[in-house]
Ligand binder design. Structure first.
Ligand SMILES: N[C@@H](CCC(=O)N[C@@H](CSS)C(=O)NCC(=O)O)C(=O)O
Length: 922
């Protein structure tokens, strides 16, 4: 993939993007120039002329270097490339930014050789697994001590060579066991991962972390590098981008301390655990996996130069003392692992073997199948690993919620017990006070009774005394009553009602919140468990399909070679005759040239053969064709779909490469003119290939169909053409009749108002290209809307009552409709935002990675579309916005799409409906 794309990029552009340190005789520090470079996806202009510590050095001389940043995990990814060989290494790439990194590689015309992780990251998921599948021939690498799987397991002293540069591995454990620092050959740059951060270092509280080891690693393996060596860490959380060994030796607040102090500091860090640790660690341990469990026969093939036990020549050991030989990137350009490629070539069915021609082609196909199987396995393994990680996280959350709930219930129980104890205590105390007051009153009354018996002289004084005591007693009684009243109030819940209620309410709310969270987490766990199971089932299904296809191919290959041997036996020299004599399949292919005679300019559909997908024109093919994934199901439906002319589709000439036209194609046993027997190659087709009716559409032309199918197709095609002729004639006659009928009236009305002519819309839609189209709001009977050249899609949608102008995110022109929709993956059920383009002119609904329409991800041809409906149930649980999810049903699968708004969804549904058979017929 890379080579094709890269060849298109002008070297001048690349040169201008390179960091050119050569000729920098003043000893400017290019490393510092880079400090502000390469952050984000856009290369920044160079800032030169900075000196640092008076040093005159040239770090990374003649090196292409980019520092890239992923903001969610604050991770730095580094891209290093050799300007001459164009070989590149990427360090610590992140899953979220894989598209950016691939784009940059492409723009800089670099061939990724190896994607390295400095360690098994705990805070983000690496993209090394994905990169190696997206860049054919690239490898993943990690330190052997990490325990992770990767193509290359590195150890101390290993070299990773890219062009004339190389990186040396220095094991720097401590943050994790498998941490390493990669040092550029001239020791001008060191990629320290999480061992040494700028003015900091990696934490040591999980993943085998050990402060003492980390301290020793940094002091022995990093601080021993030249002081001018630039230090590039895997993270920075404060906006710093680069440092030097000298700076860190002086200013690092942790590593300038003694070992004991360092250990103490690290023990006191108390950092929260990385948010993604539960997902990231298992995923990072798994997703590097590739050929470690590759079947042996595949590893022996010429295509698979990489072997588990044998290192590639560009990884060398210091102990070996040899300078690493650069063999260049692997030449494996035939395999492709993008989604669309796989869908092209997968599930070809047993019949495909018949059309693969030679045994070598068969063998190649088998190899491709093996590779596809491996890729699929990894893809699904990764998906399962991610789901399992998610599941683990959800379970953990579930556990936490359950604990929290228990804690809250315990707290509530304790509060209640405390309340009862308080009540009892207060009751006791009130009782005591009551008794005391009673006693006091009794004594006072006793005194009062004794007054008349006392001598006259004392009576007055006693009276005053008793009076005072009574008053004091009254006061005490009142205070007691108040206290008792308050207590009773409190007990009966009247007093401090608000406060109590608030407290209890809070508690109740919290309990029910926790209960709800618990239920949600439980549901999610169940859902995830189901997803994991579904994923595994899907993996098995896919693997079985591939296995079956391989078996069929092997079987055919075996039969063919036996037939070849028999034939050789008959003629006496099989190999010689094979050189001259055409393969029976190739012989039969000739009459195909007559398809163009049969079809004339009738548009037709072409399905790619598996071979063409992997040949030179594969990029174009991938981008321009829709190949059904499950042909078996297509076959079964061939007969149920009505034949109609509208389903015929044109394959534009520019989307076909000559290779495709010469590759084995479906055959017909009769109906062909031999005078074309030598002229069936590219030019003679004039861009129109295998025809078929809409009933068969793209599936019908599949090379996996046998001769009887083709005969049947021909018959259907003839019928379809006849039907089309009849309909056209019919329509023409009706039109003429209507025109005749109207003529006298029109002549009158013409005097008053101008004739209603189709208007030319000349204003192009922004972003959709200038496309003058005729507005015609009266659909012609029997002519499919999408085939009518003057059908105005926008006018039609507006006529249906949609507020197109006010609908954000939908760009509707008379012939096209574009906008972002979130699509659910077919196999791996993840939701991805894609730019969709409904194109009447090409009669297809295509989707791209972005609105620049540069990277086509898939195509749904109109004739494949059967229904469009609102998704009521099926994806409701997994869709990011179930209420905005609708479904496009093709004969082979369901496309679940999420619109940005309800109006956008309604517009999209009505737009896509215009492509369906049903709509076309009425
Ligand atoms: N908040 C981040 C994690 C931050 C963190 O723990 N960083 C690690 C490196 S990634 S495992 C670290 O070693 N930090 C050292 C330090 O001193 O900050 C998240 O949730 O992902």
């Amino acid at each position: 993939m890379c080579s094709t794309v890269l060849n298109r990029i002008r070297p001048a552009l690349v040169r201008s993007l390179q960091l050119r340190t050569a000729g920098n005789s003043r000893g400017i520090l290019p490393g510092l120039v880079l400090v502000n470079m390469g952050l984000g996806s856009e290369p920044q202009p160079l800032r030169t002329g900075i000196r640092h510590y008076g040093l005159r050095i040239e770090p990374g001389k003649g090196l292409i270097f980019r520092q890239l940043f992923e903001s969610e995990s604050s991770t730095y990814t580094y891209l290093l490339g050799d300007p001459e060989s164009r070989e590149a290494v990427i360090i610590d790439p992140v899953l979220e930014t894989v598209e950016r990194d691939l784009k940059l590689l492409e723009e800089l015309e670099l061939t990724l050789k190896v994607a390295v992780n400095t360690h098994c990251h705990a805070d983000h998921i690496t993209s090394t697994g994905l990169l190696k599948r997206r860049v054919v021939g690239s490898k993943s690498a990690i330190c052997r001590m990490s325990g992770a799987t990767a193509d290359i397991l590195l150890s101390e002293g290993d070299h990773i060579t890219f062009g004339k540069h190389d990186l040396t591995v220095r094991e720097t454990p401590g943050h994790t066991d498998g941490c390493m620092t990669l040092v550029l050959g001239d020791q001008s740059m060191a990629f320290t991962g999480d061992a040494l951060l700028i003015r900091g270092c990696g934490r040591t509280d999980f993943q085998q972390g050990c402060s003492k080891r980390l301290y020793n690693s940094v002091h022995q393996k990093i601080f021993t590098l030249p002081e001018h060596c630039l230090v590039y860490p895997a993270h920075d959380y404060r906006g710093c981008t680069v440092s030097t060994v000298k700076e860190e030796k002086r200013f690092n607040p942790r590593l300038t301390k003694t070992l004991e102090e360092f250990v103490h500091i690290m023990a006191k860090l108390n950092l929260p655990k990385p948010a993604k640790i539960d997902i990231a660690v298992p995923a990072n341990l798994e997703c590097n996996k590739f050929q470690s469990d590759m079947p042996q026969h595949n590893m022996d093939t010429a295509r698979s130069q990489w072997e588990r036990v044998r290192r590639p020549p560009w990884i060398s050991r210091v102990a070996g003392g040899q300078s690493p030989a650069s063999s260049g990137a692997e030449s494996d350009t035939e395999s492709s692992s993008t989604e669309s490629d796989r869908s092209h070539s997968r599930h070809l069915g047993a019949g495909s073997a018949r059309f693969l021609g030679s045994p070598s082609m068969l063998q190649q196909r088998i190899m491709e199948l093996d590779q596809q199987r491996e890729e699929l396995k990894i893809e699904l393994q990764m998906e399962v690993a991610l789901l399992q990680g998610e599941l683990r996280m959800e379970r953990e959350q579930l556990r936490r919620h359950a604990q929290q709930l228990k804690r809250l219930q315990e707290k509530s129980r304790l509060r209640e017990a405390q309340r009862l104890a308080d009540i009892q205590q207060e009751q006791g105390s009130l009782e005591e006070e009551r008794e005391r007051l009673k006693e006091q009153r009794r004594r006072c009354e006793e005194k009062e009774r004794q007054i008349p018996t006392q001598p006259e002289s004392q009576r007055e004084q006693l009276l005053v005394q008793v009076q005072q005591e009574k008053e004091a007693l009254d006061l005490a009684v009142r205070a007691f009553e108040d206290r008792e009243f308050r207590f009773l109030e409190r007990e009966s819940g009247i007093d401090e009602e608000e406060e109590e209620e608030e407290c209890d309410g809070d508690m109740e709310r919290e309990v029910s919140r926790q209960q709800h969270a618990l239920n949600t987490a439980q549901e999610r766990v169940l859902q995830l468990e189901k997803q994991v199971k579904e994923m595994e089932r899907e993996r098995d299904r896919e693997m079985n399909a591939l296995r079956q296809e391989k078996r069929d191919l092997l079987h055919t290959s075996h039969k063919e070679s036996r037939a070849g041997r028999l034939k050789g036996g008959e003629t006496g020299s099989g190999s010689e005759t094979r050189g001259h004599e055409q393969h029976p399949i190739l012989k039969e292919k000739k009459p195909l040239s007559d398809w163009s005679n049969i079809t004339g300019s009738v548009p037709c559909v072409m399905s790619l053969t598996p071979l063409t997908i992997h040949k030179a024109g594969q990029e174009t093919n991938r981008d321009s064709a829709s190949v059904p994934r499950r042909r078996s199901s297509h076959r079964s439906r061939l007969t149920d779909r009505p034949v109609s002319a509208q389903g015929l589709l044109r394959m534009t000439p520019d989307s076909q490469s000559p290779e495709m036209l010469t590759s084995p194609l479906p055959l017909s046993a009769h109906h062909h003119n031999n005078s074309h027997s030598n002229g069936h190659r590219a030019g003679h087709y004039n861009g129109f290939l295998t025809p078929c009716s809409s009933a068969s559409s793209s599936r019908a032309a599949s090379p996996c169909l046998g001769l009887p199918d083709l005969v049947e197709m021909e018959r259907r095609l003839r019928e379809a053409r006849a039907e089309r002729e009849r309909l056209l004639k019919d329509r023409e006659e009706r039109r003429r009749a209507t025109a005749e009928e109207k003529r006298p009236r029109e002549t009158d009305s013409q005097k008053e108002e101008p004739t209603e002519q189709p208007q030319m819309t000349t204003e192009p839609e922004p972003g959709l290209g200038p496309e003058p189209v005729l507005v015609n709001c009266s659909p012609e009977p029997f002519l499919p809307l999408s085939l009518s050249a003057n059908f105005d899609l926008r006018a039609h949608i507006e006529l249906l009552g949609h507020g197109v102008a006010g609908c954000m995110g939908v760009h509707l022109s008379p012939r096209r409709c574009g906008g972002f929709l979130t699509k659910r993956g077919g196999r791996v059920k993840t939701w991805k935002r894609r730019w969709f383009l409904f194109d009447l002119n090409h009669r297809r609904l295509a989707y791209y990675t972005d609105h620049d329409e540069r990277k086509l991800k898939g195509v749904i041809y109109f004739q494949a579309i059967e229904e469009v409906y609102y998704d009521h149930l099926r994806t409701a649980t997994t869709s990011p916005r179930p209420s905005l999810t609708f479904c496009v049903k093709t004969y082979e699968r369901l496309f679940f799409l999420v619109a940005p708004s309800a109006e956008a969804m309604r517009i999209w549904m009505d737009v896509i409906v215009t492509a369906t058979d049903e709509h076309c017929r009425y």
